[in-house]
Structure formats: C-alpha cells, structure tokens
Write a protein that binds this ligand. Structure first.
Ligand code: WT7
Length: 647
C-alpha cells in the first residue's frame, strides 16, 4: 500500500496572542468547533445565512446542488459581484472609506475611496459596452499591477463579461494559447509594465500573440510606461479614448448566481494549462466569508497581499474578498527588490500596513537577503501575517514570526488552490493555535480527508492523498470547454471526491500537514517521502536559504536523493559543506534519507508564481536534458546555470 511516510518532527505550538484573540470574530477553539460543526451538518443553513450578508437582487432559495462532479450554489439567486464590492458600501454610507491604496514601482501613490473606485468601475463598464463587449464575452486582461487592472476585472464582473487575467510575466505564446482556449474577443493591456526599473513590453507580446488569434476583435491599451508601441487601426484602442465622453453611472445588472465570472489558467508545474472556471455567487460568498474570518478584518486595517492579480490569490484576496468586506487594500506595482532589498518593509512602514500576506518563496528570499533589510524599518503596525502557495518550512515560519512579526503577530498558513477559489485550511488567527508548517484545520464547510491508494482513510500521521468529499461554494465548476478533463483530472482517482493532487497527513491533534504534490513524492529504499519535509530539514540548517529535493534512478536503492541547495548570503560553498548538509539530513530524518548528492545553485527553477519545478530538476539530476513544457518557467537561465555542476 503506497502511502506517504512522514518524517517531520516539528512539535512547536504557538497560541493565539491574548490581545488578538480578545477582539477576534472567533476567539476560542470551542467557538470554531461549533461553527464548523454547523457548516458540515447543515451546509444549506450555514451558507444561506452567510450569503444573506451580501446583496442579492433576488435571494437564493436553492442553496446547494451536488451532482458529482458538478455543483451549483445559490442557483435561483441573482446578484452582481461588482455591486457587492462597491455600490453596496457606498449605499450603506461607507463611500468615503479608502478602498485602494496603490504604490507604483517608481514610488508614486494613488488613493481611491469606495465612491471613487465605484465611479471608475462604472465608467469603464460603460466604456467596454460602448466598445462592443457584451455579457458572456471573454475578456483577457494582460496587465501589470496597476489600479486599472483591478478596475477592469470589476468592470467585467459588473457587465457579466468573463475575465481571464494572464500574468504579465508570460510571453506571446502563452498569451496566444490562453486567448485561443478561452475564445476571447477582447484584450486589455498596457504599453508596458514596470518591473525592477525596466519596461516589460506587454503590448508587443500581444501583437505577436494576435497574429494567430483571428477572433480577437479589439484591444484596449493603457499607457503606463510610455514606451513606443504600434497601434493597429480598427483593432487597437487607447484606454483614454474608450472612456472619452462616457458616463460614470452604470446600473449593475442582476446576474444569475451560476453566471461564469472568470477563467483562470492554472500556473501548473506540468502539462498544458487548464482553464479553471469560477462562477459568480458561490465564488463571491466563498471569498467574502473566508476574508472576513481568516484575516479577521477590522475597520482600521490596511491589508496587503503581495500576490499578482494574475494569480488566484490576487483575484480572491486583493480584489474580491477584501472589497466585498469593505477593506482598505494596498496594491504594489513592482518587485520586492527594487530599488532596494527593503522595498516591502519600506512600504509597510510608509502605509502602516496591519495585515501582510505573502508566499514561502518570498519569505525564503527575504531570509537570504538578510535581516538588516526589515530591521531598518518600523514594522510595528503589523498585527497579522499570512502565507500561501507552498508548504512553508518550519524554519522559514519561525523567521517570519520573529523578524517580520516581532514575535507578536499570529501567522495564518492558508492552504488552497486556484481550483478551490478560496482558502480551505488555515488557522483562524484568534482561535486556533499554530504549528509551524501546518495549515492546521479546515475552514467552515470544508471536508478534507486523507486517503490511501485504495480509497480507505489513512490513520493518524499516515501520509496519503488529500481529497475534499463535500462541495463548497467557491469550487471550480469545470475546466473551460472541457467537462471531461474536469472529471478526469479531479474526480476520477477517487470517484465522486475532489482530488487535490497533494499529499498530506493529519496529526494527533487533527491538524493537517501538506507534504507537497503527490507527483513530487520520491521513493528511496521503499520509503515514499514528500519533498516538503526533506527540504525543511535542509532549510533548518543555518547555512541554507532554499532547497529542492528530487530523486534520480539508482541501481542499489531504486532512487537516490539529489538536493539542490541555495545558500544564504555570505556563506561559502565547499565540498565539506555538501557533506555536512547530507549528514545533517541523515541525522535529522534517518540514514535512508541522506541525499546521495548535494548541488549548490544560485537559484532553482520556479514557475512564474514561485513554485519550485522539481520535474525539471529531476530530469537534470538523471543526467537528461529537461524536456516538455518550460513555458511556465520563470527564468530560463536558471536551468542553464544548473547543468554540469555535479558533485
Ligand atoms: C497548490 C495550489 C492558492 C493560491 C496560490 C497557489 C500548494 C498552496 C499551500 C499551503 C502547503 C500549499 C499546494 C496546492 N499550496 N498553499 N499553505 N501549504 N501547500 O495556487 O497555483 O493553484 O497552487 O499550492 O500544493 O495544491 P495554485
């Protein structure tokens, strides 16, 4: 029976700080338990009640339908997500609250109140309609982190056009594939986007992509960087021209709850990108409720999620979740290391950020860059820290808590996926004690199980396949245009249950520990091991900033482990250190897990959203040339640098 063996020995526990718990929405474990119980025993009552905190043109009476793999939520209700993000707050007297604080990479700041943002979105909605966009059209948004990107998303949601945001780091081929798959009619883009002081020429990539996309009727181009671009007569429109003479009053239409809201292509560490489809009502309720309870927003919070709007994290936790909650959201255009390695900390101090949500890959980079950068700035405004995207190594978690959180802020380790739309497992910061590296307990309405290969449930601390066996409001509805791929990809391994693709275990306190993608599981001497725990052992060594562990074929043991290691700044690589690191893993975990080879690398290959691409490393470790799809790779030169340097 091929379960996954856990070798983690992490046992630290951090209680929610009393002062935080005192003013939290959910402030005790008992309160969480009671709410969770109800959400599982009476999902219709539970979600029906929460949905009614939002505005519906006609209130839903059918809360949930579940015909696996197809779910419908709030089906007979009609609503408008943009109305709920904007107009609702204005109508309820909160129009003067700051909705968006935007910091440009070159350093300028813009502020939008809810009333102002609402006007801008209504105006752009009218502009889109006048340009010929109609309800149901697919609109690609290929932009940088400018306010207009958020305005464009909200305007699409408002008129019922289906947006598909493509991360600005992708190039023409990736844009073309996504535009064709979505059948987009319209592309919203910029002349260029700022990145580390340089211009990323977005419009030029669009021009190239569109040579092979005959069905695109129009592009709308925002001028941001002022670089030269070509505008094709009849097809390409200036953003300003689209808005010229257009009214800033637009009445939000009542859209059915299951109206398609957006398609988002998964970042994917393997294979052809999948168009994950989310629909209006369920996604709205899911992101609203998770934001409210997980970030436990207060009126005076300044909330900053560092993701790009091109990822689901940006959709759910920069735009829709915080705005439905009436939060003040900070949005930053540029890179964390421009102009200096302290840019994030400078921004936190400047805008008095209280909630900060980022990714383990970023945290490991901060550690590598050194403590002197955050130490230069006053981070005392922070009250809550979050992480998402990968399992966080306990040592990185401890650093985050100590150096960024001043040992004062709770950390929420939020597990979820593009497909889940909203956070699925996380501590509630005022109620659930945290363990470094564990995403702790399921959010309301989420029913995770850990299964063995044969579908039976794994025992305590036995690693297995992480599935969700009940539908939840913000779940993906299908893979765009491909129900069969949806069924095959997510509901075939364990029929009727959603398979996440992740391995996990549940400990003696019922806490979940995600062990990484099951595709990355390595098999040494008969032990199937998740990569996360092996990498965490390496990152716990004082010289290591980041590690990626893969297996290569070995005559003796079947597979032997190869560790790619990035050292902290100032550490000198040496053969001795390689041996020390291999021994360290052997001592921490057991001899069988001692890497056969340690390779130092300045960087490891990552997806554009920061996930380590172990598949490529495994091919390199086996002495092969990395084959297959590398279009999601962030920096191709990283691969070249890794070739050759063995032992
Ligand atoms: C995969 C989903 C969800 C927004 C960003 C990523 C991994 C994500 C955690 C976490 C351990 C995590 C999983 C998951 N992952 N968060 N807190 N702990 N692993 O979205 O690109 O769809 O990736 O990211 O492997 O399946 P995504």
């Amino acid at each position: 029976m091929s379960t996954i063996k856990s070798v983690s020995k992490e046992s630290r526990i951090f209680e929610p700080p009393a002062a935080f718990a005192q003013q939290a929405r959910v402030s005790t474990r008992e309160q969480y338990d009671a709410l969770y119980r109800r959400s599982i025993d009476d999902p219709e009552g539970f979600w029906g009640d929460l949905a009614s905190e939002l505005h519906w043109f006609s209130k839903p009476t059918k809360i949930r339908q579940w015909d696996p793999p197809f779910a419908k939520w709030f089906e007979d209700g009609t609503t408008n997500l943009a109305y709920n993000c904007l107009d609702r707050h204005v109508a309820e007297g909160r129009g003067d609250r700051v909705a968006l604080v935007w910091e440009g990479e070159p350093g300028e700041t813009l502020t939008f109140t809810y009333a102002e943002l609402s006007r801008q979105v209504q105006r752009f909605a009218n502009g889109l309609l006048r340009a010929g966009v109609v309800e149901g059209d697919r609109v690609v948004i290929y932009m940088g982190m400018v306010p207009e990107a958020a305005i464009a998303m909200l305007a699409c949601a408002r008129i019922g056009a289906v947006h598909s945001v493509i991360f600005g780091g992708f190039a023409a081929d990736a844009v073309r594939d996504r535009v064709l798959d979505a059948g987009a009619t319209t592309i919203l883009t910029q002349d260029g986007a700022w990145r580390r002081g340089k211009v990323v020429a977005l419009k030029a990539q669009v021009d190239k992509a569109l040579e092979q996309c005959p069905d695109v009727a129009r592009t709308i181009v925002l001028r941001r960087t002022g670089n030269e671009i070509t505008m094709k007569e009849g097809r390409d429109h200036e953003w300003t021209a689209v808005l010229e003479g257009v009214s800033d009053e637009h009445q939000a239409p009542a859209l059915p709850a299951e109206h398609p809201l957006f398609i988002l292509y998964t970042s994917g560490t393997t294979g052809k990108p999948k168009g994950v489809l989310h629909t209006t009502g369920g996604y709205m309720v899911g992101t609203y409720v998770t934001t409210k309870y997980v970030f436990d927003l207060r009126d005076d919070d300044v909330y900053w999620c560092t993701a790009d709007v091109g990822w689901i994290t940006g959709h759910s936790y920069i735009a829709y979740g915080p705005l439905t909650n009436g939060a003040t959201v900070l949005m930053y255009e540029g890179a964390p290391n421009h102009p200096g390695l302290d840019r994030f900390w400078e921004i936190i101090a400047k805008h008095q950020v209280t909630i900060f949500y980022t990714a383990p890959t970023a945290i490991r980079a901060f550690i590598k860059w050194g403590d002197e950068h955050p130490s230069k700035h006053d981070l005392s405004s922070l009250r809550l820290l979050g992480t998402v995207g990968e399992p966080i190594n306990p040592e990185a978690w401890m650093w985050y808590r100590r150096v960024i959180g001043g040992d004062r802020c709770p950390i929420i380790d939020t597990w979820w996926q593009t497909e889940t739309g909203a956070i699925m497992m996380t501590p509630l910061p005022g109620a659930i004690p945290a363990k470094p590296g564990s995403c702790t307990l399921p959010f309301f309405g989420v029913s995770p199980k850990i299964l063995r290969e044969d579908g039976s449930e794994a025992e305590t601390n036995e690693g297995g396949y992480l599935v969700i066996d009940q539908p939840w409001p913000s779940m993906l509805r299908t893979v765009w245009g491909n129900d069969e791929r949806f069924r095959q990809g997510y509901f075939s391994r364990f029929p009727g249950k959603y398979f996440t693709g992740d391995g996990a275990r549940r400990d003696e306190h019922g806490y979940f520990w995600v062990m990484g993608r099951v595709d990355d599981v390595v098999n040494v001497s008969g032990h199937r091991l998740g990569t996360a725990e092996l990498e965490s052992a390496l990152v716990a060594h004082p010289t290591v900033a980041e590690a990626a562990v893969v297996a290569r074929p070995d005559e003796l043991t079947g597979q032997a482990l190869v560790a790619f290691v990035t050292l902290k700044g100032g550490v000198t690589p040496s053969g001795e250190l390689k041996k020390e690191l291999a021994d360290h893993v052997g001592n921490e975990i057991g001899k069988f897990a001692r890497p056969a080879s340690v390779r130092f690398a300045d960087a490891v290959p990552k997806t554009r959203s920061g996930k380590i691409m172990r598949r490529l490393l495994a091919e390199l470790a086996a002495g092969k040339e990395p084959a297959g799809d590398v279009t999601t790779l962030e920096d191709i030169s990283v691969l070249a640098a890794l070739r050759g340097d063995d032992e």
